[in-house]
Design a binder for this molecule. Sequence first.
Ligand code: ME8
Length: 675
Amino acid sequence: MADKFYITTPIYYVNARPHVGHAYTTLVCDAMARRKRMLGVDTFFLTGTDEHGQKIERSAADAGVTPRELTDRVSGEFRALWDRMKISYDDYIRTTEARHARGVQEMFRRIRDNGFIYKGSYTGQYCVYDELYVDAAGAGALCPECGRPTETVSEENYFFKLSAFEDKLLRLYTEQADFIRPETRRNEVITFVRSGLRDLSISRSSISWGIPVPDDPQHVIYVWLDALSNYCTALGFGSPEPKDQQRFARYWPADVHMIGKEIVRFHCVYWPAFLMAAKLPLPRSIIAHGWLLFEESKMSKSRGNIVHPQTVLDVLGNDALRYFLLREVVFGQDGGFSFDALVQRYNSDLANDLGNLASRTLTMIARYFRGEVPYPSSAATRTPADEAIARTAQETITAFGRLWDDYQFSRALEAAWGLVAAVNKYLVENSPWAVAEKGDDESRARLATILYTSAEALRVVTALVHPAIPEATARIWTQLGLGEIAQFRLSALQWGQLQLGTKLGPVEGVFPRADKSVIERMLEMERERSKPAAPPADTQAGQPATQAAVGLAPAAPAPTATATTESRISIDDFAKVEMRVGQIKVAEKVKGADKLLRLEVDIGTEVRQVVAGIAEAYAPETLIGRKVVVVVNLQARKLRGVESNGMIVAASVGEKGTPVLAGFLEDVPVGAKLK
Ligand code: ME8
């Protein structure tokens, strides 16, 4: 087993207040860190806030405060929330700290001294929302990541020779197969890198809210180079202090960078390239999880559909939020958040299943054995039902570890609850309350065995799920008379360790049942907490674009007026056109055709090859993963010898009919029908 474990969350932007999406990433990391510590692994868990860049500078200006005031306030809010959620972080880095600036400058210097930085001039599009340079798009073009309008940047910059790392990165993804997980993300990254990497601008001279470039303070360092370096600077990278250097040497490279799927490119392409250029070891793995959706779209400030974790904490508590998210969301995939589902899970799994197991087992030991764990009867008199629980518990220990280590948190918890259900059934079938009525010696021995078996199974489950629901399990552990759960070594866990005669602590319920009114209460609290949802200022609204199609034919000229009444079609005519949401998996130029791209588009039921006349407006690599509208019931045609099975819908803008792909502001499932 590795002797150290270093895990990080993304550092969160301070332009928005924390929501359940941020809490999800952080609590997953916290749960992983807790299990590692329980296994005796020297663990370092880092989180923090990302405070520089144009986006933050503007948010502060909009709020009428200085960037420093904004960052102090919001960073403090994130930290207070993590403290309330008992997040066991070992350090909290802020990119506005001096220790960070020093480390980032050292990173820049190393990359420069190794010959990977040069000065050049950049004119192109920049998405302030994603803090991303966007390739191959003209003035006013929309960001391929978020769909917001980009801004033209024209300045002298420092450039990073990203193009020099294409082969090295591809080799990394092949040789270190679990560098990027899950597999779908890995494939996207490989396709992106294979389609060619351009050098990257890594400084800005038109903004000042950032870390100055060493020896050239007119420039500030690109916010993503600044932000990514936090994973090193927090450990002490760039510090002259021996103790910082030792910490860096001890924990770097990171074992897990946990991120949401939208920042994969920064972590899996830019970050390893920066590290290679600085001649630093690479992280062991980057794990990208899916999004939490609320009312079916990605929970985010700009959509105004966030849930504040505080609401759930106020009403149902920390463990309820943690358990729900770890159990309900299939890790790696998008998952919906709803108050109904939260309360249902809480009541069925926590209040009913685990809560009942704990309270009846402990109450009966208190009542029938004066609060001391009883002696089970000799092996010869144990029943197959007793043995089955022991076996299930032992199997659950193994299965839980295997699933958890494979990031299948939901299935690991399901396995643990399988044991809970088995013991609850065992209790019903063996009715210790009825056995207790009898009072003869044999019945007394039987009662002891049943209650020992349930208490031991309860101990096993409690230890296993402590990283997921730390507070209630700590209380159950104390009630079992076992002291501090954090001191327990999970690596030693096996059936039969509960010592006979262990004196129980005071018994109390851990999960009071929630009635239906709590849903309304939480919704009301959310209404109070959320400001009225104004449409985001930076969406595409008002684009002077008319719908046209690009696909089989080059972009059609933009119509000058909408159809007259006479030429309108019936709804039945329209219904003949079948349009679906597709996701681009592969994009490449068609040889010998300047305007055409060959796309492979997942339309839910199959992956289609479509040839689209959008090559002059979109670089292929910017399209991977993008969701588009596909006309799926057109007859197949060949263009330049390549078969096209459908058409991608786009607006045709301006005199030249520049195509702008139709898309969605909300996240929509692949295959969804348009009507
Ligand atoms: O991207 N569902 O910061 P950020 C699940 N500063 N997770 C979500 C989520 C959702 N709806 N919304 C946010 C940045 N997250 C950069 C990172 S790292 C060097 C710099 C989580 O405030 C998820 O982990 O936009 C996502 O990657 C992160 O918050 C983005 O936070």
